[in-house]
Structures are given as C-alpha cells and as structure tokens.
Design a protein around this ligand. Sequence first.
Ligand SMILES: Cc1ncc(COP(=O)(O)O)c(C=O)c1O
Length: 366
Amino acid sequence: MGQVSNSGAGVRDYAGAMASTRPRGFASDNMAGASPEVIAAIAACNMGLALPYGNDELSQRLQRKVSDIFEREVSVFLVSTGSAANALSLATLTPPWGSVLSHVEAHINRDECGAPEFYTNGAKLVQLPGPQGKMDLAALKVQSRRMVGDVHSVQPSSVSISQATELGTLYSLEEIAAIGAVCREAGLGLHMDGARFANALAALGCSPAEMTWKAGVDVLSLGATKNGALNVDAVVLFKKELASELAFRRKRAGQLNSKMRFLAAQIEAYLDNDLWLRNARQANAMAKALWEGLKLIPGVKLDRAPEGNILFGRMSAKIVDGLLAQGFRFYYDRWEPGVVRLVTSFATEQADVEDLLAVVRAVAAQ
Ligand SMILES: Cc1ncc(COP(=O)(O)O)c(C=O)c1O
C-alpha cells in the first residue's frame, strides 16, 4: 500500500501544503469550527449527571423536536460521522444480496472506503450516470428492475441521492418526487445523504418535510458537522418500523455514544432559532460572492453558478500555484486534472472571499 492520506489527497491537492499553521480555507466546509451556540450548548449540558446511551432528557426531547420540524413522527439516531449515518441508513434498507443505486459521484460510492458495503454485509453499489451529479431517471428506472427475482444477480433494494450533490447542485422537489415514485413502484427504499441538507433547504426555500418524506424519502442522513456542529450527524427515520433494527446496528457499529447528551445538545442548538438555516444561508451567499468575483477573472472558468456552497471549475496552474503559495487550501486535480473545488462554510466571511479574489486577480494579471 502506498502513502496513506486522511485528506483524500490525490497527487496534487491541498494536503501537499498541510504544514502551514493557519490555512486559509476553501477545502471543505468542515475546515470551520463549530458555532458558538453549539459550543455553549455542550458546556451547558456538562453540569451534573445524566443517564447514558441516549436515555437522558435532552436526547428524549430531541426526538420530539425533530418530529416537529419534519411535521411527522420520526426516529432520530445520532452518530459521529456522515459516513456512519449513510452506511447505517443503507444497511437498514438493503440486505447483503441487495444493491444500492446511486450516482457515480456519490460520497457513498467515491469517498467512504467501502463502509456501505461493509455495514450492509456486502451489498453491491450500482453506479448510475447523470449530468451535474444528479442521477438520470431513465437509467434509474432500468436499474430498479434489473434481474429482479434472478438468483444470480443482486436484487435492487435501495436508492441513495445526495442533497445537495457532491457537485454542488440540487435536486428540485419534482426531481426527488420522480425518484421517489420509481422507488415506490419498484419497492425500493429511498435514502437521502443530507450532509449538506441545510444548504439545500435554504437554497430551495421549502420545508424539511417537502424535501424528504413528502417526496418519498424513507431515511435521511441529516448532516450537522459541516454546518455548525462539532461532531454529530443524525439518521432520521421516516419509517419508524426500521427503528429497532437501526438501534442494534448502531450499537454493533460502535456508534452508540455513551455520553449521548453531548451529541443531542449539539443538534438541539443547531436546530434552535433556525441556526442551521442561518448558517447555511451564509455559506451559500459566500459561494455566490466567490462566483460573482471569479467569473470575471481571465484564467478562471467555472462550471456553473453555485446552487449551494460548492463551486467547481478550472483555474490555470499559475493561479492554483499562486493561491497555494499564499496559504489558500482547496481541492484540485482530484476529480480531473485541472479541476478545482472551492467550498464555503457558515464561517466564511466576505473578507475571506475578497482575500482570495485579490490573490487570483493579482496572479492572473502577472
Ligand atoms: C456528500 C457527503 N456525504 C457525507 C459526508 C460525510 O462524511 P464524514 O464521514 O467525513 O462525516 C460528506 C463529507 O465530506 C459529504 O460530502
């Protein structure tokens, strides 16, 4: 095995210059810390004793709160990473002889080191094509029926879509509903990887219910870490009958946190007073500001206006090198040679955007 990297480093990406003590950040939304409200909530629940393993008052209260937000009785399972949320969600929807249909660029397919296959005890991930990170409906229809009942083939069992997608695009409500309808007709479970759920919600301006169960989603990985929490994401089950299985699976996966109240406190603060949406709006607005500035600069070619908080495009090697030399960090050459990804977060400010634009303009003018 070659060199191991925790950054997901390709040959040339941000990890090469990690030694810098204070990176200027557009590598990922998880370069940001946590929101002060979240830190305060952690400190506040550090008083006295509480029952462990989610039997505390705060964890119980959270079930109600999330149910209210989603306008339906749900079961909420807190875990420490988005990969765990995804892999556990998929395991509840997919038997070992089943398949999970997802876009080829899906995080579950590209960036989870086989965790979905591992947690499902070997189910197969089937990759679907589709423009701009969104799965092609016709391809989904074909795959959802492929070799059903044939013992020689894995059986289509679940579909996973990312909202927002890994390429920074959004499924419209109609597109989600169309995928939901295919799933229903073929008897497949629908999972949504919502690592950037709030960014999508803020951009679409719809309700959490509309973007999920009303459009046919059965299980949601509700991301929080990238958008203001410290270290918690949630599995939200709209099919409560899956809850007892997931409870055992979470423990078996080592994801039943004994001091669960600290995770619950984070999600509660994250959802209180619309913090999740305020944070997401900031991140989305900063991505727009980056786009507005960058699209005017020679040597930069962006794919499309950002719909959430991720921008993709190409920059000349001169500009990439200039930014790296100034301490900016971002992924490049990871998707394809020359392709750059910039991600903003709730902690990104207009001044950070101006900083980057000033360097790009200066290098481009040389
Ligand atoms: C689309 C998507 N899903 C899930 C995750 C969760 O990953 P992690 O396990 O690093 O929390 C990420 C993080 O980059 C992501 O971009």
